[in-house]
Design a protein around this ligand. Structure first.
Ligand SMILES: Cc1cc(NC(=O)CCC(=O)O)nc(C)c1Br
Ligand SMILES: [Fe+3]
Length: 242
């Protein structure tokens, strides 16, 4: 049947173009966040879930670094375990395909997402909330102009029921009277501005909750952040040597 006929390359390219220009760009510029459901389709989505499960079961995930230093009950602050993945490691091929598909979206959108010029990104952060009721305290991804401009999160959780499992990502768009409650649903891609416009939290999760996050850099802000970092380390070295 036509439905599973392989889409021509050109056909797929036009689909991406339309998705970006008619939906993602206007949505980001109006609301500062955007949800794309059924991003890759079930087959590829399933393969990515399998790879993430193996990364988790191989024990290659470490406890996420603390969102803020609190003595004693550190576990209560960060329950998620994370692993940094480029997508070229053995057994991570499909995670690599996901990253190249998100890269294509961002490249198509370049120049139209705010006034950002995006020329690079972080490695992907594969995260797992173990479902013990842990979540993630409210925070801003990039509060001090470290260069990150867009946060992209790909969710991998089939049959997720927020009533029962919690794990909702709640975004508090700055200056708005509403909050955005986003369920971490399978094959869902979420994009939002990484700066103070989008404080967010993960509500307590009561089932295993997987997500893959990539942060894209604005070239100017990133270069400036590197300059500031170089100056600060240089000055601290000079003060120690003097
Ligand atoms: C390590 C780290 C994780 C996160 N994750 C979330 O905000 C959760 C998003 C979701 O899974 O819905 N954010 C920051 C700023 C750092 Br750093
Ligand atoms: Fe975050």
């Amino acid at each position: 049947p036509r439905s599973n006929r392989p889409k021509s390359k050109e056909h797929k390219r036009l689909n991406t173009h339309r998705l970006v220009l008619q939906y993602i760009v206007p949505c980001m510029n109006s609301y500062g966040l955007c949800i794309v459901d059924n991003f890759l389709g079930e087959k590829l989505g399933d393969r990515i879930v399998q790879e993430v499960r193996r990364v988790h079961e191989d024990g290659s995930m470490q406890d996420g670094q603390l969102a803020c230093q609190t003595l004693g009950q550190t576990k209560a602050i960060r329950g998620d375990k994370i692993a940094w993945v480029e997508g070229i490691e053995t057994g991570c091929h499909n995670i690599g395909v996901l990253l190249s598909r998100i890269d294509k979206l961002i490249t198509f959108a370049d120049g139209k997402l705010g006034s950002y010029k995006i020329r690079g990104r972080h490695k992907a952060m594969v995260a797992c909330y173990p479902g013990n009721g842990a979540g993630y305290v409210k925070h801003v991804d990039n509060p001090n102009a470290d260069g990150r401009c867009v946060t992209c999160i790909y969710y991998l959780n089939k049959n997720w029921n927020a009533k029962e499992h919690g794990g909702v990502l709640r975004i508090f768009p700055e200056g708005k009277s509403y909050v955005a409650d986003i369920e971490p649903l399978f094959d869902r891609l979420l994009l939002f501005w990484s700066d103070r416009r989008n404080p967010h939290e993960v509500q307590p999760s009561f089932a295993t909750r997987y997500a893959i996050t990539v942060w894209y850099f604005d070239s100017e802000e990133r270069a400036e952040a590197k300059r500031r970092f170089r100056d600060s380390t240089a000055s601290s070295q000079s003060s120690t040597t003097s």
